[in-house]
Design a protein around this ligand. Structure first.
Ligand code: AKG
Ligand code: FE2
Length: 199
C-alpha cells in the first residue's frame, strides 16, 4: 500500500497539515464530471492586478457559493453562482471524506500544461482562519508544490484524475503552494477548491 495515499498521513513536515486522499471517484465518474463541468460552468479568464498592472490570466475560473456571496478583489466585485447539480454532488462527497463543511468553491480550468498558478497562500481575510480547504482534481495529472515561507523546504505531490487533497490547520500561514507549468502536457485539468468563507 502506498503510504502517500493514506489520508491519515500528513505530507508536511511541520506547521500545517496536508492530507492526500488519492482518487475518490472512479475513473468513469471522474470523466463524466470533467465533461459536465466543461460545458455547464461559465468559464471566464480571471482579471487581477500584479505589480500595479491589470493582468488577464490564461487559466479560466468560476466561483460558486451557498448564497449570492460577492467579493471584491483587484477593484472588481464578483458574485458567486448557485451550486449546480454536479457541484452539489461533489461538495457532498468532499464533505463526507474530509469531515469539513464548505460554503463556496473556486473552480480553475487549465487548458493545457502551459497554464499554471504561481506561489501563493489561500489566506484571504474573507476565508475562515485555518479552516480546511479541499482541492479536487479532474483531467490531466499535474504536479503540485508546497514551499515553507521561512525554511524554504518543498514538498511535491502528483494530483491524479479524480483525486482529493485537503489543506488544514496552519498550512496557509506557513506554506505557499503552486501548480507549476508542465509544457509537455497537452490535456486540460479542472481543479475545484472548496472553501469556508466568513458569512
Ligand atoms: O489548481 C490547483 O490545484 C490549485 C489551485 C489553487 O491553489 C487555488 O485556487 O487557490
Ligand atoms: Fe491556492
Amino acid at each position: 500500500m502506498d503510504l502517500f495515499h493514506q489520508p491519515g498521513i500528513n505530507l508536511l513536515p511541520r506547521d500545517g497539515i496536508v492530507n492526500y486522499y488519492g482518487c475518490v471517484l472512479d475513473r468513469c465518474d471522474a470523466w463524466d464530471y470533467f465533461e459536465a463541468l466543461m460545458v455547464t460552468v461559465p468559464w471566464r479568464h480571471d482579471e487581477l492586478v500584479m505589480f500595479g498592472k491589470p493582468v488577464v490570466t490564461s487559466r479560466k475560473v468560476a466561483w460558486f457559493g451557498d448564497s449570492d456571496f460577492s467579493y471584491t478583489y483587484s477593484g472588481r466585485t464578483k458574485k458567486a453562482l448557485p451550486w449546480t447539480r454536479e457541484l452539489s454532488a461533489l461538495k457532498r462527497l468532499v464533505e463526507e471524506r474530509t469531515g469539513a463543511t464548505f460554503n463556496s468553491c473556486l473552480l480553475n480550468l487549465y487548458q493545457n500544461g502551459g497554464e499554471g498558478m504561481g506561489w501563493h497562500s489561500d489566506d484571504e481575510k474573507d476565508l475562515v482562519l485555518d479552516a480546511c480547504i479541499a482541492s479536487m482534481s479532474l483531467g490531466a495529472e499535474r504536479r503540485f508544490d508546497f514551499r515553507h515561507k521561512e525554511t524554504k523546504e518543498t514538498v511535491s505531490i502528483l494530483l491524479e484524475h479524480g483525486s482529493l487533497l485537503a489543506m488544514k490547520g496552519e498550512t496557509q500561514r506557513y506554506w505557499q503552494h503552486r501548480l507549476p507549468p508542465a509544457k509537455k502536457i497537452a490535456e486540460a485539468r479542472i481543479n475545484l477548491t472548496f472553501r469556508a468563507r466568513v458569512i
